[in-house]
Design a binder for this molecule. Structure first.
Ligand code: HEM
Length: 475
């Protein structure tokens, strides 16, 4: 996300995971990341989060004090930070990384009935990650290890595979959930929204030319076919505006005419015209009347608008006022806690080590606010990071919540017991087991891909549940 094209592939950073389906109805792009959630839930903040993560505009150096300044003022980022600063923030290579649509989409049937859907790509050979130290050792010798690994594996016929799994949810309000289904800082609990297998992707050939097929490929969340739609997820709508906009600049106005971006299995006529590098004349190949680049028309051979779907209405009935404000069910800490408690001990240790290392380079007020957030997430998490920075719960308990910060009733009670609050009740989310790179090597694919960890459940009697109870169970 952050580094330029030739930057190190061991950087701690979300990896894009985008797939273009050349379907019979036109192209469908599933534009995701290797981590299941994102830093923010409101598209208007996207330039801010990217600016904070990118190098300082003056010194051009990536600065922890800018990154954590933004994050400490953005409580919804805690779930993503917990992923990113764990070993999952540095996948061992591309073959052992997951993919997620992250945002919530919709599926629509012929009657116009909709369901909400989340997409997951699960690598058949398991999830493998690097600790910070392991990543530094790789980087000392090679900047492009992951691309090289993928290229070589495909070249020798060891084709990597990913299962595509979906979670679906009825397309309505869901007041029973403690999160908003359209909030991309949340995952959907797998015990209530089980993962369903819909297909398998095999990478069975390398590109013939990297620039033609990888650099010039353009993915966008608005590239959809009938039956697949985006939801009212605010981030997703923001994304859908921005991809094609960028691509007309990055690749060129006629980027859709490049072979890698054109539909391969469907005839698409748009009546669009001109601009630099125009190559294809719309409708020429299909023998249409190329004088008519508008619609409707009575001229012979003119292009006709595609038939409308049989249904005239789609999805649930919605009533209310349009507003622009924080969603009521922000619940910024509960799933970050689940994540901390679902991780294996080696992942937690690396997470704490990594956060302490970078927060150590930040201002004291940023450190204090981050420790405050992490104590609210989980007492053990905040205490350990605080210990590394020389900050205790007593040091930060006087901090007031951020302006307009929505806290749950549970969060408010925890504020009164910062540092010694009971563990949160488990939220039903699981985590595909992440295997340290040294164990991945001797683990058969069939086992590695089935490991999943579930959170230790809060026992509700005020005792902390030992973290060692986090179990690795078979899916
Ligand atoms: C409001 C939030 C977001 C905005 C405005 C946004 C915008 C953009 C833009 C402008 C690009 C460059 C596109 C190009 O040059 O081709 C991009 C690339 C990308 N983004 Fe996002 N993004 C957002 C969030 C996300 C999220 C949550 C994900 C993961 C689910 C994601 C995944 C990707 C991927 C995989 C690419 C590379 C696509 C390509 O090269 O064609 N983005 N994003």
């Amino acid at each position: 996300m952050i580094g330029g094209r030739d930057s190190s592939e061991t950087a701690r950073d979300p990896r894009g995971f985008a797939v273009k389906f050349y379907t019979e109805d036109g192209n469908w792009d599933l534009v995701g990341n290797n981590l299941p959630v994102f830093f923010i839930r409101d598209a208007i903040k996207f330039p801010d989060v990217i600016h904070a993560l990118k190098p300082d505009p003056v010194s051009f150096h990536q600065e922890p004090s800018r990154i954590f300044d933004f994050m400490a003022n953005t409580p919804e980022s805690m779930h993503m930070l917990t992923f990113l600063f764990s070993p999952r923030g540095i996948p061992v290579d591309y073959r052992h990384q997951q993919g997620f649509g992250v945002n919530t989409y919709k599926m629509v049937n012929a009657r116009g009935e909709t369901v909400l859907v989340k997409y997951h790509w699960q690598p058949k050979s398991g999830v493998g990650c690097l600790t910070e130290d392991e990543a530094q050792a790789v980087q000392a010798k090679e900047l492009g290890h992951a691309s090289m690994d993928l290229y070589q594996a495909i070249d020798r016929g060891d084709f990597p595979q990913w299962d595509l799994l979906v979670q679906t949810m009825s397309d309505d309000e869901h007041p029973e959930l403690d999160f908003d289904p359209l909030d991309d800082t949340k995952t959907w609990p797998e015990d209530r929204f089980p993962l369903r297998h819909v297909g398998t992707m095999t990478l069975d050939r390398n590109v013939d030319n990297f620039y033609a097929e990888s650099e010039q490929i353009a993915f966008g969340t608005g590239v959809l076919v009938d039956g697949l739609d985006f939801s009212d997820d605010k981030m997703l709508i923001g994304r859908t505006f921005s991809y094609s906009d960028t691509q007309r600049y990055r690749v060129g106005p006629n980027y859709l005419q490049l072979p890698v971006n054109m539909p391969k299995n469907a005839k698409v006529s748009t009546n669009q015209r001109d601009g630099q590098m125009t190559y294809v004349v719309d409708g020429n190949e299909a023998g249409e009347n190329t004088h008519v680049n508008y619609e409707p028309s009575s001229h012979p051979g003119a292009n006709r608008e595609a038939p409308y779907p049989a249904h005239v209405e789609q999805g649930p009935t919605i009533s209310g006022k349009l507003t622009r404000r924080q969603i009521p069910r922000a619940n910024d800490y509960a799933q970050a806690a689940d994540r901390y408690r679902t991780m294996m001990q080696w992942e937690r240790d690396d997470l704490v080590h990594n956060l302490v290392g970078l927060l150590g380079k930040c201002e004291r007020y940023t450190q204090a606010r981050m420790v405050w957030h992490l104590l609210l997430v989980d007492p053990d998490y905040g205490t350990r990071v605080g210990a590394g920075l020389g900050i205790t719960a007593d040091d930060v308990k006087k901090l007031a919540p951020l302006p307009n910060q929505p806290l749950t009733e549970d969060d408010r009670q925890r504020l009164g017991h910062l540092g010694d609050a009971r563990p949160r009740a488990a939220g039903g989310t699981t985590l595909t087991g992440s295997v340290p790179v040294r164990r991945l090597a001797d683990m058969p694919d069939s086992i590695a891909s089935q490991l999943v960890s579930v959170p230790a459940s809060g026992n509700g009697d005020g005792h902390r549940v030992p973290l060692e109870e986090v179990a690795l169970v078979k899916r």
